[in-house]
Design a protein around this ligand. Structure first.
Ligand SMILES: Cc1cc2nc3c(=O)[nH]c(=O)nc-3n(C[C@H](O)[C@H](O)[C@H](O)COP(=O)(O)OP(=O)(O)OC[C@H]3O[C@@H](n4cnc5c(N)ncnc54)[C@H](O)[C@@H]3O)c2cc1C
Length: 309
């Protein structure tokens, strides 16, 4: 057990965690941010961010997150490299386990984010950011007047197909079954859309590409037969997202998918524990909303600490 009692311990160093850390350290609260990988979160895996305000023309993901880090350093935010595996509520003090070592804090902000589910097929990782994307809202505008495909059959896949149809010349919705799981209203819109073509009873078994990026996909029947190539320059994978809150199951209230349930001010089911960013159940998972959440969680944590006295 370390001797220090932190005012705020932040779990996760993506946009939400770094924003929370910026606010709490600027407010002179004794803050520690714990990150298991490199600081910056999911944004470190994207080449260009075009929809974060203040950067006309866009900015590289890693460069944006470097600025977040530098800004936190300006206010002296303490950071620690390690993975959080446990959280215990001891009333006015919370105990957080990082790689087997116990840390104490008067409040905790969970900003552990989420991860898009991968297809797990050959070349998927090699072409991520070069034609393979997990976020139509983020990357759709890069695919103007070219054919793209979407993997998935639920509401997200259907919504992303409709969104992509604004840019792409053609959108193939590839689904392993012969009907969508999306709600009826979305299905009707997809099936009636002139630019969207459904490819039923098919799985994507490989991404094909060259120096320029993705050039096509190898499709097959769900059983693996009837292999053929679909020529597209983009693949959007919309088969679900995994929130990184498994270590909090049974401790905080989570929804059926594993997202942390909070009120509008980022309070969780434990007083003094807040959640911000993609790990929280909410409508839009983007940098702008993660940043907004991080700021709210920090200010509400500060008020909570004031009331504790
Ligand atoms: C490829 C890609 C491109 C994207 N492009 C855009 C875009 O152009 N515009 C946009 O607005 N949004 C974009 N997004 C979405 C955006 O990145 C997320 O909405 C945002 O990063 C969420 O921030 P966050 O801080 O909540 O979580 P994350 O960014 O996921 O950060 C969470 C951090 O917590 C750490 N962590 C997790 N568990 C633990 C643990 N137990 N202990 C310690 N640390 C832990 C993780 O390692 C991670 O660094 C993109 C996402 C991806 C994947």
């Amino acid at each position: 057990m370390t001797d220090t009692l932190y005012d705020v311990l932040i779990i996760g160093g993506g946009p939400a965690g770094l924003t929370a850390g910026l606010y709490t350290s600027r407010a002179k609260l004794k803050s520690l941010l714990v990150e298991r990988m490199i600081l910056g979160g999911q944004v470190m895996t994207t080449t260009k961010v075009e929809n974060y305000p203040g950067f006309p023309g866009g900015i590289d993901g890693p460069e944006l997150m470097m600025r977040f880090q530098e800004h936190c350093q300006e206010f002296g935010l303490e950071t620690l490299s390690g993975e959080v595996a446990g959280l215990r509520d001891l009333g006015t003090v919370k105990e957080v386990t990082v790689d087997g070592q116990r840390f104490r804090a008067r409040s905790v902000i969970v900003t552990t984010g989420a991860e898009p589910r991968k297809l797990g097929i050959p070349n998927e990782a090699a072409f991520t950011g070069r034609g393979v994307s997990y976020c139509a809202t983020c990357d759709g505008a890069f695919f103007r007047n070219v054919p793209v495909a979407i993997a998935g059959g639920g509401d997200t896949a259907a919504e992303e197909a409709l969104f992509l149809s604004r840019f792409a010349s053609k959108v193939y919705l590839v689904h392993r079954r012969d009907r969508l799981r999306a709600t009826k209203v979305l299905q009707d819109r997809i099936l009636a859309h002139e630019k969207i073509e459904t490819v039923w009873n098919s799985v994507i078994s490989e991404v094909v590409g060259d120096q320029s990026g993705v050039t096509g996909l190898v499709l097959a029947d769900p059983e693996g037969g009837n292999r053929r190539t679909l020529e597209v320059t983009g693949l959007f994978v919309a088969i679900g997202v995994v929130p990184k809150a498994h270590f909090l199951a049974g401790i905080l209230d989570l929804d059926a998918e594993g997202y942390i349930l909070t009120d509008a001010e980022c309070r969780t089911s434990i007083p003094g524990v807040f959640a911000a960013g993609d790990v929280r159940k909410k409508i839009l998972k983007q940098i702008a909303t993660a940043v907004g959440d991080g700021a709210i969680a920090a200010i509400v944590a500060e008020k909570y600490l004031d009331e504790l006295g």
